[in-house]
Write a protein that binds this ligand. Sequence first.
Ligand code: PMP
Ligand code: GLN
Length: 379
Amino acid sequence: FKSKLPAVGTTIFSQMSQLATEQQAINLSQGFPDFPASPKLVSALAQYSAQGLNQYAPMPGIAPLREQIAALIQRCYRRSVCAQQEVTVTSGATEALFVAISAIVSPGDEVIIFDPAYDSYAPAIALNGGKAVHIALTAPDYRVNWLQVADAVTARTKLIIVNSPHNPSGMVFSQQDWLALQQLVLAHNLFCISDEVYEHMVFDGAAQLSANGFSELAARSFIVSSFGKTFHVTGWKLGYCVAPPALTVEFRKIHQYVTFASFTPAQYAIADMLAQQRQQVSGLAAFYQQKRDSFAMLLANSRFNLLPCQGTYFQLADYSAISELDDVSFCRWLATEHKVAAIPLSVFYQTPPQSRIIRFCFAKQHDTLQAAAEALCQI
Ligand code: PMP
Ligand code: GLN
């Protein structure tokens, strides 16, 4: 038997969460909140199920949710999208990314991705016979050099995948980044997948920008987001993809055979939430900025050197003042000896740079962050 993904093992997120459980370590590795979702959202889910809404949803998602997604995009980015023809509800952003990549990539196509890259992109490209062309972003600011990207484009380049706010670095695209991306996509007739799952977590008053706000880019893009991040329910696996009608037709051809439709009661519950609690989404940035700042304050006396974080719920930390271990070994040591689990950065690179940097998730209750920081300050 010949594996189609010979280099792929178990994801680092599963590995580190398992190690955290085994070691009874505080888990700041895999990205998920340790506090409850809104009680209103949770009871809406139960109510819709009790009402009997337990059968297949329509393949593209229930109409009220697609309409709320279109309204959200209008509110945030002043773009009108057609809920019927341009919005598809998916089983998490992971499914949307896989389907969008499958819709675009044929054998031999090149796809530009930026390392450190979210771990699901490269396997999806490989399964479709494509070739991932990795461009490395580096500490401390992880910004894209668009001239370098232009140099990486060849006649085979079909797609570019961007992720802003960026997991794991917390880098956020500026207006200039989006304009440079748009120019590149148009100049070379590329397609774009814009992974915007952390779109509502942009800090320090910076503008919340999206591919939705750049019309010529949006005309060639699959824009992906996730309610798991926005409403603190990563386990519900509910997300969506926005793409122009012709691209949505191709997207749905695949979505309908990957999963057909997503979890029905959750779609109704999230639609209600979007209709009633608009401030919840707009308040998310302030909520996580406060967590970023208090985590940083708690670590002020540690020997970790924190890198800039403009968005997401991740904080990078340089540990070179503490240890010479490589980052995977350091994370194992940290979880085992100091009972705090984190994610090593090198696993997100094809060619890891010589740096000693790990990622902490700060989507945690204050007590969790405090207990973790206490342990980290003793190292
Ligand atoms: N993209 C990025 C950058 C992510 O961090 C995540 C969440 N881990 C996803 C996609 C997947 O989102 P979901 O859990 O909705 O599938
Ligand atoms: N997106 C989450 C993270 O970056 C993990 C998702 C997963 O476990 N696949 O930590």
